[in-house]
Design a protein around this ligand. Sequence first.
Ligand code: FES
Length: 82
Amino acid sequence: MARLIRSERNRPYLIQVGGQNVAICACGLSKNKPYCDGTHKITRDESEGQLYAYDENRNRIIVQVLDEQGNPISLPPETVSD
Ligand code: FES
């Protein structure tokens, strides 16, 4: 079974717990969820409108999305804000 999860955020959410700063993964790539492990840094050179996928070893592939006529299309911006 496989699953695609869309995430456009390339940095963690920073929260305070018991007076300490904690970084919570928001990119979806951390191997130490829910905590950020710094893996989000590999997303910093991603291009706007392009779709990327990462395997379990954090190897990246570029996914080409096509319309019904087979023409490449860009994804609309994600509408969820932080
Ligand atoms: S935000 Fe996901 S690893 Fe840092």
